[in-house]
Write a protein that binds this ligand. Structure first.
Ligand SMILES: [Zn+2]
Length: 228
């Protein structure tokens, strides 16, 4: 797909979905460990904020004929291959549009999962644990939520990356919850701790004393338990 085709397709794919179905799939992924369901929320959280736009080259990275777009990071005029790969693992990198597009399109055509009571319990307990985390550092977060839902270390780190994309942490960094984060900002504004740079944006900007964003938690998860 060309730059414009892929951007438009992502915006269309997000517009075609219902936020409630997306959030429910994320919750239902907890007990079932369905990582394909878990990837839908971060993909949607990114694509719902993506503006339709024309390609414009990066202003902070190497320019050239194939330079990345400063808004979305896609190259132009060369085409991006949409290979049909779903966003499974590396959920914090949902801003790779080709993977998120496939994830949203595939989800649109499948039956929507319904979380069980157990799933809601797991989500509530996880958010409580993150709310009361006593200054846990970034590297300690996955350990903090260990045992709350079936998962290994990498899945928990991914889960945290997805929550960060959804805007659950109140961070100083630009957030996909409040709007679009340009490629130039995302890839050039880095935390001072070198180890945090291994995490994706915006989780890499996590601070032990940051709060949770109640607006974002309500937006995604409020009133889902008993609604049909
Ligand atoms: Zn672009």
């Amino acid at each position: 797909m060309t730059h414009n085709e892929l951007v438009d397709a992502c915006v269309d794919a997000a517009e075609a979905l219902d936020r409630i179905d997306v959030a429910r799939a994320f919750i239902a992924s907890l007990s079932s460990r369905r990582l394909d369901w878990r990837g839908v929320l971060p993909a949607y959280a990114v694509c719902r904020q993506l503006p339709r736009h024309e390609y414009a080259p990066t202003q902070v990275f190497q320019a050239g004929p194939d330079a990345s777009c400063f808004i979305c990071g896609l190259p132009s005029p060369s085409k991006t291959k949409v290979s049909g790969r779903l966003l499974v693992g590396n959920l914090g990198r949902a801003y790779y549009l080709e993977t998120s597009l496939t994830t949203l399109q595939q989800f649109a055509s499948t039956e929507k999962p319904v979380p069980k009571d157990e799933d809601f319990g797991m989500l509530t307990e996880t958010l409580n644990r993150l709310q009361n985390r006593n200054g846990a550092k970034l590297g300690e977060l996955q350990k903090l939520i260990q045992g709350l839902f079936p998962s290994n270390k990498f899945e928990r780190e991914d889960f945290l990356g997805a929550l960060a994309i959804a805007g659950i942490f109140q961070l100083d960094a630009a957030s996909y919850f409040d709007g679009w984060v340009t490629y130039d900002i995302r890839e050039s504004v880095m935390p001072s701790h070198f180890y945090a740079k291994d995490s994706s944006h915006p989780l890499r900007h996590y601070k032990p004393d940051c709060g949770l964003n109640e607006r974002a938690i309500s937006f995604w998860f409020k009133d889902l338990h008993n609604s049909n």
